[in-house]
Ligand binder design. Structure first.
Ligand SMILES: *[C@@H]1O[C@H](CO)[C@@H](O)[C@H](O)[C@H]1NC(C)=O
Ligand SMILES: *[C@@H]1O[C@H](CO)[C@@H](O)[C@H](O)[C@H]1NC(C)=O
Ligand SMILES: *[C@@H]1O[C@H](CO)[C@@H](O)[C@H](O)[C@H]1NC(C)=O
Length: 484
């Protein structure tokens, strides 16, 4: 009897000890995590075996998976140093944020800035395409019949699909021959006044021999693409998609050099996922690996997948919010952010609210690199991070980053955790998604920034390594960690 009590007691003590041990160890790992100190990656080389591309294409497959590359690999600055590439990326990033912010502002109707234009008749600003800040990742696909292979930038911040077409009134240099619609059996001009033509934000009918629908896509910086709105066949690895509405751009000015055009992945009706809703059910996901990796034997490549299977069931989901003034962007409900295991008091839902006039809100974007938060939220987050990381040696600011550390000589370091609290679930970021190298001497910076506007943007540095699922039909976004 006595012995039984004693046994129970010992068991209880062991249990208590065990529990307290595990709970304290899990709370410690909740507050801090390990950052592996790497240096800036050098430029990825572009390796795109054509055999990867069009194997057994089919018109009926209901899923589609394609490799992605980072835009650095396509740029002419292949001999640029890692620091040069990084600085270029930050410059593109600030242009992109400016474009997105100005589009959001235009759509609220408060600050309508008309874009300088070459021809009259269009209204409104459609931010899209290949300005310097057009997007960071691209894919290879075939256009027309027979298919001509080209690179296209992916852009979740715009809808219209377009590419440069001959004859060119103005075309920038691209790495593949310019698409010639006359050589394609599947190219069809969209008639003026058709339903498809009317869906363009800015369309115009021009009198030629036949009336065709003219599209134009402009940027905040005055660059634009314009030409014939048409339908054409696109060919991806294992899949042929017929009758995709796209802009055949004969006049493409002030744009990015390299890719042939752009695949709009926005939430609006003319984007590629919206157009292919019957086949892919309005679902796609991507996984972005290391920023400049185009895939090597040691690392999986970045990929984009379309179709039901692209949305992992085990992802953390958060509902998409709707901006009645602008249907392109993917708005999320961000309730707060934790640093080191506790909610940052100065970061709250009210700083991220999308109001009825289309003002404010938080969007997720593949083409923005550094997450931008409204200034007051950023300052609160940054201060909390500085406090949590006070044991680390500080370093001077760098570019838009005001919280940097000297990690030279270290191989690993403990850093406070950072967690996004979305409506519906939490997303805990790996350390390398918020503390990033900015030079080759061990300087790392906290990769968030403030914005003077009311729109916050979740950028691709913070999305790295996650499978990010866009479900237009289910009106939700999913995040699955370590899923590349
Ligand atoms: C995708 O899922 C939806 C709803 O679950 C279903 O109706 C549809 O048939 C599926 N499509 C394919 C291609 O499996
Ligand atoms: C309105 O547009 C001007 C010019 O682009 C800009 O400087 C200003 O900050 C904008 N104002 C608002 C409230 O967005
Ligand atoms: C475009 O390419 C041509 C031929 O390769 C070259 O001569 C020209 O300088 C390039 N233009 C630009 C703007 O890079």
């Amino acid at each position: 009897m006595e012995r039984k009590v004693l046994n129970t007691l010992v068991f209880s003590i062991v249990t208590i000890f065990f529990f307290s041990f595990t709970s304290s160890s899990s709370s410690a790992s909740f507050q801090y995590q390990t950052l592996v100190v790497n240096t800036l990656p050098s430029s990825a080389t572009l390796s795109w075996p054509e055999s990867e591309l069009f194997t057994g294409e089919s018109e009926s497959t209901t899923s589609l998976s394609v490799h992605l590359s980072h835009v650095d690999a396509l740029s002419s600055s292949l001999d640029a140093s890692p620091v040069d590439l990084f600085n270029l990326r930050l410059r593109r990033d600030s242009l992109r944020v400016k474009s997105i912010t100005s589009l959001a502002a235009v759509s609220t109707g408060r600050n309508v800035t008309r874009i300088p234009r070459s021809a009259g008749g269009f209204s409104g600003a459609v931010i899209s395409g290949l300005s310097q800040g057009s997007g960071e990742y691209f894919m290879r696909l075939g256009v027309g019949t027979p298919a001509t292979n080209v690179y296209m930038v992916l852009d979740t911040g715009s809808d219209v699909v377009w590419l440069q077409c001959s004859p060119c009134k103005a075309c920038y240099n691209q790495s593949d021959p310019i698409f010639d619609p006359k050589k394609s059996k599947s190219f069809v001009s969209v008639p003026c006044g058709s339903r498809l033509c009317r869906r363009l934000d800015s369309s115009e009918c021009v009198s030629r021999r036949i009336k065709t629908c003219l599209y134009q896509v402009s940027y905040g910086d005055g660059s634009f693409t314009e030409g014939d709105f048409s339908t054409e066949t696109l060919t991806f690895r294992g899949a042929r998609v017929n009758q995709v509405a796209l802009g055949c751009g004969h006049d493409n000015e002030g744009l990015f050099v390299g890719a042939a055009g752009l695949l709009g992945l926005g939430r609006g009706g003319l984007s590629f996922p919206s157009q292919t809703k019957n086949r892919y059910n309005g679902k796609f996901s991507y996984c972005l690996v290391d920023r400049t990796s185009s895939g090597s034997s040691s690392k999986p490549p970045s990929t984009i997948v379309f179709g039901n299977d692209s949305v992992p069931k085990t992802a953390v989901f958060t509902p998409l919010l709707t901006n009645l003034k602008l249907d392109t962007f993917y708005y999320l409900q961000l309730l707060g952010i934790s640093v080191g295991g506790s909610r940052v008091p100065g970061v709250s839902e009210s700083q991220f609210k999308l109001d009825a006039t289309g003002n404010g809100g938080v969007i997720i974007d593949s083409g923005t690199s550094v997450t931008r938060l409204t200034q007051s939220a950023y300052v609160a987050l940054r201060d909390a991070f500085r406090l949590g990381a006070k044991r680390l040696k500080r370093a001077p600011s760098y570019s838009l980053f005001d919280t940097c550390f000297d990690l030279s000589g270290m191989t690993t370091v403990k850093v406070p955790t950072v967690v996004f609290h979305f409506g519906g679930g939490e997303v805990s970021l790996p350390a390398s998604n918020y503390l990033i190298p900015v030079n080759t001497q061990g300087r790392f910076c906290f990769a968030f920034a403030g914005t003077m506007g009311s729109l916050s943007i979740i950028g691709n540095i913070q999305q790295q390594g996650f499978r990010v699922a866009y479900d237009l039909v289910g009106s939700r976004i999913g995040f699955l960690p370590r899923a590349c």
